[in-house]
Design a protein around this ligand. Sequence first.
Ligand SMILES: [Zn+2]
Length: 264
Amino acid sequence: MIRLRDAFNGVMTFIIRRMHKPLRWDDRCGYITVFHDYEGAYSSPSRKEPSYRGVTQLLEIEKKHNVKASYNIVGKLFDDCPEIIERIISEGHDIASHSYNHKVITKFSLKQIDEDMKKSKEQFDKYNVAFNGFRSPQSRWCFGLIRSMQANGLKWSAERDRSDYPYIIHKKGKDSIIRFPIKMDDWDYISDNVSSDTMFKKLIGVVKEIRKKRSYGAIGFHPWVQGETSERLDMFETFLKEIISMDNLKIKSFGEMYNSIIKI
Ligand SMILES: [Zn+2]
């Protein structure tokens, strides 16, 4: 089912992309961001254990292959599992917000969105980490969220988006919010119960398309989805090894992408 808001967002982002030049920093290769929406028990209490297993194993795999990913973290987890948050930061990954408690943002009033943003920022402040990016639960976002991000000093938004490049989605004065388009995530494991082989082929297909077009795309995983079976974690490692070995393709976190864009 296509939601009315998704259709509206699709039309608006199409118009916005035509108003601003695409942010093409270097078109000699394609760029991928590997990210994780880290939710712990906040998407469902039964997912707490697979989420823990998933996040620790994903960190191991990324350390082994020296990949810097982006972790979009539900704010309450900063209090629940500080050792994981510290590990994510100390191992050089980016962190961003996946909301304070994983409620659907589009059901909030503008005041509630602003409160969510402020509570999330307090969590980042406790760890002395810059609060720069936001990814909505279920990728359900609205322009009120983007304005609240701008008012709270954030720099980028990552959501499902048809663009092949990052672009400026909102600009007010000197400040702008950059949209990083998400091309795919691991939800097919849950919605269609696909095998890890099928998932691998789909992921590689998306990456090859990005490489061919020398464009950009973010690809996401959920620690609890990955942590449910060892096959999925093995596939994640195989996928990382495969994309690391590809020429004309670079893996950069959202923060690294943002920094390479603003230097131009
Ligand atoms: Zn989520």
